[in-house]
Design a protein around this ligand. Sequence first.
Ligand SMILES: C[S@@+](CC[C@H](N)C(=O)[O-])C[C@H]1O[C@@H](n2cnc3c(N)ncnc32)[C@H](O)[C@@H]1O
Length: 351
Amino acid sequence: MERSPCLRIPRGKGDAVIRFLKDAGLYRLDLKPRQTNGTLLIPIVGLTEDAKARLGERLTEFDVVEGEFDGRSARPARISALLEAQIPSEMHPYLPRSFDLIGTVAIVELRDELAPYAELIGKAMVRVYPRVRTVLAKGGAFKGRFRVRDYVLLLGKETETVYREHGCLYHLDVAKVYFSPRLAYERMRVSSQVREGEVVLDMFAGVGPFSILIAKMHRDVRVYCADINPDAFGCLVKNILVNKVAARVTPALAEARTLIRSNFSKCFDRVVMNLPGEAVNFLDVAVRALKSGGMIHCYAFADRLNGVQKVRERIAEELGKLGRRFDLLEGREVRATAPCQFQVVQDIRVE
Ligand SMILES: C[S@@+](CC[C@H](N)C(=O)[O-])C[C@H]1O[C@@H](n2cnc3c(N)ncnc32)[C@H](O)[C@@H]1O
């Protein structure tokens, strides 16, 4: 056992908080979190005032306390610690400090300078995380209509995997569909706002992480969801079955604008629009699909400087053209997508 500062949070919030801590470099990989009296204790390196403020935006109940934790065997605590022993010191500043783990697939950001060490980095990842089978390096940003990115294979070959989030399982192929584990908190935030009896539309559903979580958390909801990527749709259908929500979720392989125009007018209590590059341009059909008093969760990309405010102004301008009264409710940064660029969300009540 080892004594360490830790976060005490309500059980059930662990996935999102651990991801936040990992992104911030504050999570202690060498110690195991543990549960006690309905709470979860997560060992941390420490908590800066800035990190505390950012965590406070995501979670209302948390304390920083001290606790005793079991170690995670003799595995190296951090990939970089292992690699620093094998790679020349001038390369150390370029070593990847964060990565995404999606089931058995690890995704790192690899600087060109490290290309000669790609295999070594892949092997280190597998040594530190034995469940990893495939290591990929990002080959650019998400792109195209399907929002899929290119990857460079560092180790292994299988890009299909199963990812668990908030108790739901998602089958997906990272090379063929969009998926980001960094949206875990956002999916829980939206899902927690849904009330029993609601009818929800997820316009850009991907493999289903918003739709399925909403249907898992609420017995009396109807969720309609669409995607244009046939591979994402295939995974969506499978995930609906695997998570046993087929009675509540109806998927469509469809273009969202066309689907709404030909089927839906004033049908939904809530519309989720997670296509940040373009969602604002779909507000006209989202509003058409929404009942009076309904809620839209609209995602967009924004610069760091006044990003949320600029997105609010852009949304207000679009909605102003439609002649419906609206209230801009919570707006927040969801995650960093590039240096100085953020994905943001704006919740909108439309009368
Ligand atoms: C950013 S991803 C989000 C996926 C999912 N909501 C999630 O959180 O993982 C956007 C998805 O929208 C789909 N898409 C893009 N344009 C679309 C359109 N016009 N109609 C329906 N789906 C679309 C893409 O194929 C992609 O799967």
